[in-house]
Design a protein around this ligand. Structure first.
Ligand SMILES: CSC[C@H]1O[C@H](OP(=O)(O)O)[C@H](O)[C@@H]1O
Ligand SMILES: Nc1ncnc2[nH]cnc12
Length: 295
């Protein structure tokens, strides 16, 4: 895409715990999308909202059969790219690491600390090496829209904050929770990395609405996190989450837009370092589905 070209936005939504479908889409159709990295968590739900094309993926699959470590993050992001998605909104349940972020708050985060240890983190590999910038790991343009729409709906929203990504599936020990608090982290969850870094490699804008469901296990006046409490709060939040999705899709996709001013859609511009004659043709063929613009 040249500097002056515009892009027709297609909005991707990745629904986390408690969000396995979305209402109000027109021309809804669940479709199987295969990728060179295997199958995504489930079929993808294609549809339109106010004329804007959107694609929904339940991150853990419908019925939540897949744990955070076993998610095929590469297939999930590749399936979004293959489906033409330009902007991803991740909707995720998180624990709060700050007193001032009580359950029910929506946090439009702006940073990650990635403590995961058992996940494949890059589409690139031996035979084609690339290093993208993750200094600003979330798309500010999409984040601004999420914040503005949430405020307009009267949702309690905080802008900015660091999401600590833990491996799981067990929740944190109290010592870990306290440690992450001393690091200044705002919220904790198990899924948004490497999802966000793979979206960056695929040049898809990516932002997260982290929906606080609990105070993890550090707060002396609140119960320790449990699945039961997460699900209860997600159910209580679901009307707000649905309203936000309905508002954000037309706000992000209402008209053709130029390049993302945050630069996410050109993240690979100077990232590939492997000399053309040293590239592995088999890997390049796979990579063309996500990084075709620069290969
Ligand atoms: C069911 S509580 C733990 C679970 O919830 C969050 O998932 P998601 O980010 O997909 O909403 C958290 O990261 C854990 O995977
Ligand atoms: N306290 C917590 N830790 C990790 N993931 C979560 N998802 C929701 N609450 C969480």
């Amino acid at each position: 895409m040249s500097e002056n070209e515009t892009v027709e936005p297609v909005i991707g939504l990745i629904g986390g715990s408690g969000l396995y479908d979305i209402d109000g889409l027109q021309d809804k159709e669940w479709r199987t999308v295969e990728t060179p990295w295997g199958s995504p968590s489930d079929q993808l739900l294609f549809g339109r909202l106010d004329g804007v094309r959107c694609v929904f993926l339940p991150r853990h699959g419908r019925g939540h059969p897949i744990p955070p470590t076993k998610l095929n993050y590469k297939a999930n992001i590749a399936a979004m790219k293959i489906s033409g998605v330009t902007d991803i909104v991740s909707l995720s349940a998180v624990g709060s690491l700050k007193e001032e972020l009580p359950p029910g708050t929506f946090v439009v985060i702006d940073q990650f600390i990635d403590r995961t240890i058992a996940r494949e983190k890059s589409f690139f590999d031996t035979g084609c090496v690339a290093h993208v910038s993750m200094a600003d790991p979330l798309c500010n343009r999409v984040g601004d829209t999420l914040e503005a729409q949430a405020r307009a709906l009267g949702i309690d929203v905080a802008r900015g904050g660091t999401y600590l990504v833990m491996e799981g599936p067990q929740f944190s020990t109290r010592a870990e929770s306290e440690l992450y608090r001393t690091w200044g982290c705002s919220v904790i969850g198990m899924t948004n990395m490497p999802e966000a870094s793979l979206a960056r490699e695929a040049e898809i804008c990516y932002a997260t609405v982290a929906m606080v469901t609990d105070y993890d296990c550090w707060h002396t006046e609140h119960d320790n996190v449990s699945v039961d409490s997460v699900v209860k709060i997600m159910q209580a939040n679901s009307a707000k989450a649905k309203a936000l999705v309905k508002a954000v899709i037309p706000a992000l996709g209402g008209s053709a837009r130029p390049h993302c001013h945050a630069g996410c859609d050109r993240a690979l511009e100077y990232a590939v370092i492997t000399a053309p004659e040293k590239r592995d043709p088999e890997l390049i063929a796979k990579l063309k589905t996500v990084a075709g613009r620069v290969l």
